[in-house]
Design a protein. Sequence first.
Length: 399
Amino acid sequence: MPRLITRMTARDTREEHRASSPLELLFDLTFVVAIALVAAQLAHGIAAGHALEELGPYLMVFFAIWWAWMNFTWFASAYDTDDVPYRVLVLLQMGGVLVLAAGVPSAFEEQDFTAVTVGYLIMRVGLVALWIRAGIQHPAGRATAFRYAAGITVVQAMWVTRLSFGEAAPWWLFLVCALADLSVPLWAERTGTTAWHPHHIAERYGLFTIIVLGESVLAATTGVQASLAGGGLSLDLVAIAVSGLVVLFALWWLYFSEPAGDGLEEHRDLSYLWGYGHFAIFAALGALGAGLEVAVESAGHHVDVDSTVVAYAVAIPVAVFLVVLWAAHAPIVEKVVIHPLGIALAAAAVLLLPLAADAIGIAGALAGIAIALVVLLAVTLLGQRERAEAGPAGVGWEA
């Protein structure tokens, strides 16, 4: 049982075996719904031939999902007390996630971001309350905590004000609000850094990566069901489903090959680059799920979209993931595990394969993407083995 109430002070950054708490895992589960809905809406847009039109709403809503999750994650790493008031405020934020998720269809279909913004507001109210509590009970971090509370409040007022524009809200206004949100940690921590735990943060990001990969599996399964219901089992369906699974497995393997925890511990000052870079990683994985769903459905002739477009709906997210995976880890590790040249060649191959989709089919293009990732993974594993035999000084490639 949690304590009724305990003093909120900074956690020890050198705490051994720091792992995600059951409450953090439950918190993550509420995001499953939001990610599933936003990926499904993108998939519908791709299948209807409106991929570019749906990309804007997808990125906007995904930003709200990612940023709210990220803010709480870093706060919890520094100040998790797991007492009753803390749990109640986390519950409030979980409720906000569900409200946001409920507004996803309206955001895509009607450009109505009211429910999304209200859900985001609820989450931010819970987080501001936690920062205020940290500022009151932890004198050493008071200035930073109150800066966080003030900054989040001001930016949230900007988001609410944006609603007054309705559907006519200009795209640049979203960018202004998003950049303001991103700048709050940079401004708040000028008076002192928070005591987040590097290995705990690395584990939390890894778990969220698995959640988004899981949504891709769900999306692909939805596509399989639709394809089986319409056209039955076919060779193309099997090929696309198997290729999609291999792609997801290879991306999972590649992501967890990089030692993020050690890198964050050694380069805490560069954590922003790593943390912010994950927006592209997570968004790419979510979009990959949407692309795979459409690709699988195409095997049952349920979509009337050009084969090249469907193949690129898978290829572009994969290429973005590969490039950003390297870009996010290169600043914080002395030597990256995956060779930069291998990343570049694999990304280039992945982006070229859809051009042949009309000739080799969507199944052939996805099989080629899967093979490119398997080759990259094999080269990475062989390189790890050779460098391990050469001793610690040879582990990794110069970033």
